[in-house]
Write a protein that binds this ligand. Structure first.
Ligand code: SAH
Length: 226
């Protein structure tokens, strides 16, 4: 699966995507992540990507022209390679991103992300260019870069082979509902933060009784809906 990120802060991503499972997934060619500097699609000397808002108000708004050019160029490539693609704009006013959306997005071949900054993006981008407006939660960030990382990570881990062991993903999925997330423990069995205080691992997990363990996990699980 391919991810294309349009941003004015391309450097943000380099260290994050160079670590751990996301780095390995790229090396194994399970995913491809392209970072595009929006300023590449500006023509003026100052590489302007923002301007003052019509109607007045504080802050700056991202202009439609460079975004239109960037998306058009990326879409053209996608079309000639016959990739199923969606354009996602990040916005705190968008549809709330969740596990279900991750599954749906994971069925595509490519996602193109537009990361806003400043006071947001000219509304015509949402109206005419983006296929989907996504919010990662009811709070306002400074930019769409973290949301892009959040969505890529969530979608990527659903791709077979991205998580170390294939079984790992299977084990955690119920047939109908979604992921089972339950509490986990590892050694030490008894942790003593200070004298006279013991933080213990629930006994049932040490019992070796698989049926009981499963029951305990079910009881304490949260299912993240598909
Ligand atoms: N006043 C603006 C907020 C701008 S925040 C508005 O209402 O749209 C700057 C950029 O950060 C946004 O354009 C968006 O791309 C990103 N952003 C901020 N909070 C976000 C959230 N919760 N989810 C997704 N993107 C967000």
């Amino acid at each position: 699966m391919q991810f294309d990120i349009i941003t004015i802060f391309p450097e943000i991503f380099s260290s994050y995507f160079a670590e751990s499972l996301i780095a390995r997934a790229q090396k194994k060619k399970l995913i491809k992540i392209n970072i595009h500097n929006l300023r590449k699609w500006t023509k003026d000397r100052h590489k302007t990507v923002d301007d003052r808002p019509f109607g007045g108000g504080l802050g700056m708004v991202m202009k439609i022209e460079p975004i239109f050019k960037a998306v058009t160029a990326l879409k053209r490539k996608a079309q000639s390679a016959k990739r199923k693609t969606k354009i996602v704009l990040f916005s705190p006013r968008g549809e709330k991103f969740n596990q279900k959306t991750a599954y749906q997005l994971g069925k595509l071949d490519q996602l193109i992300f537009i990361c806003g900054r400043y006071e947001g993006v000219d509304e015509r981008v949402a109206k005419h260019i983006a296929d989907k407006e996504l919010s990662i939660g009811d709070y306002v960030l400074m930019g769409g870069e973290l949301p892009a990382i959040v969505v890529i990570e969530t979608v990527a881990r659903l791709i077979p082979g991205v998580l170390g062991k294939k079984k790992l993903l299977k084990e955690r999925i119920t047939k109908t509902k979604g992921f089972i997330e339950y509490p986990q423990y590892t050694r030490s069995e008894i942790f003593q933060p200070k004298k006279g205080v013991k933080w213990q691992v629930p006994k049932v997990l040490l019992s070796g009784n698989h049926k009981k363990i499963e029951e305990w996990r079910k009881k304490h699980a949260k299912i993240i809906e598909k």
